[in-house]
Design a protein around this ligand. Sequence first.
Ligand SMILES: *[C@@H]1O[C@H](CO)[C@@H](O)[C@H](O)[C@H]1NC(C)=O
Ligand SMILES: *[C@@H]1O[C@H](CO)[C@@H](O)[C@H](O)[C@H]1NC(C)=O
Ligand SMILES: *[C@@H]1O[C@H](CO)[C@@H](O)[C@H](O)[C@H]1NC(C)=O
Ligand SMILES: *[C@@H]1O[C@H](CO)[C@@H](O)[C@H](O)[C@H]1NC(C)=O
Ligand SMILES: *[C@@H]1O[C@H](CO)[C@@H](O)[C@H](O)[C@H]1NC(C)=O
Length: 298
Amino acid sequence: MNNFHILLGSFFFISVVQLEEAPERRWNGKGTTPNLQSIVLGRCYDYIETVNPLVGKKNCSEIWEAFLKAFVGKDPCTVLPEHYELFINLTLHDIPASKSLFWENNKQLVHRYSDKTSRYMPLGDTLAGWIADNLDWCGALGNPGLEDSSCPTTAECENNPQEAFWRIASVTYAKHSSGEIKIMLNGSTPGGAFPVPSFLADYEIPNFQRGQVSNISILVMDEMDGPDIDSCGKNSIAVLEGILASRNFSFKCYDNYRPVRLLQCVDFPDNPECSTGNLGSAHLWISIMLPLLAVIVH
Ligand SMILES: *[C@@H]1O[C@H](CO)[C@@H](O)[C@H](O)[C@H]1NC(C)=O
Ligand SMILES: *[C@@H]1O[C@H](CO)[C@@H](O)[C@H](O)[C@H]1NC(C)=O
Ligand SMILES: *[C@@H]1O[C@H](CO)[C@@H](O)[C@H](O)[C@H]1NC(C)=O
Ligand SMILES: *[C@@H]1O[C@H](CO)[C@@H](O)[C@H](O)[C@H]1NC(C)=O
Ligand SMILES: *[C@@H]1O[C@H](CO)[C@@H](O)[C@H](O)[C@H]1NC(C)=O
């Protein structure tokens, strides 16, 4: 072999390596989160051992296998909610009465408020939601592994592994909710606080059980430094109230519900809405000045 052939050989070798390193992106969504199996297993053990040991015995290996079986080896546009049924059965646990918290467009605030099940238990604080939160995953037809370059978005195809998962998880969560239900919405959302279509409108509210749910509180939280686009009784909140009323649920709506407002205040201590100091000094001022005024008037 002469030098030219060696050169040519290494050129081909490099080209092949480069092709393998830059696989074609088929879909617009992110590919499977790296180390998916370790994350799912780790989160599962973390949840049952430290976050919420009240759920009792669960087999995390079995849960991982049921999760994987729902979508691996399948065309990622043909995955249906019922494919996760075994996973849902294996992860099922009680949602304590009056701990359910539904939401759209304010995940961070909801999770600060729920505090890993210690105050409330939104879907993301149940075992099923905890395991899948913020992850991406899909497979491919005839491929026994995970697809790591890209996964379909719901705009590309509705029956994708992640959409199917969150649909059955949302339906199951809504069906198992009882007592006083809270719905936290973002009053600063440009399109309105109650989005339609949404998981809340399409999979959760239709599955609230009238016999189990005693009443519903709607909390419309504006961003501390954001616009007040939606409020109780107006725009999309009026639509939500109409839906709940037509289904005979008793409900009450709160604008900037105080306990959650106080949580937002942690990051805006100088906002006038947050400084009880002003209120305090006003009271002090009145309590000193009123007797003085009384004396002067007399
Ligand atoms: C948990 O599930 C795995 C996989 O299905 C199984 O091999 C194992 O025996 C189960 N462990 C227990 C303690 O049931
Ligand atoms: C899940 O549980 C339901 C209710 O117990 C049962 O009817 C169904 O067959 C179970 N599905 C699977 C796949 O285990
Ligand atoms: C509420 O909506 C606004 C506008 O879309 C957004 O900037 C903000 O991050 C949202 N708040 C939360 C807590 O997600
Ligand atoms: C809502 O239901 C809860 C739990 O059943 C109850 O304690 C509460 O008094 C109810 N609130 C209203 C306003 O009816
Ligand atoms: C709601 O209550 C009204 C009056 O009690 C009844 O006529 C109607 O059928 C109920 N609607 C539903 C969805 O249960």
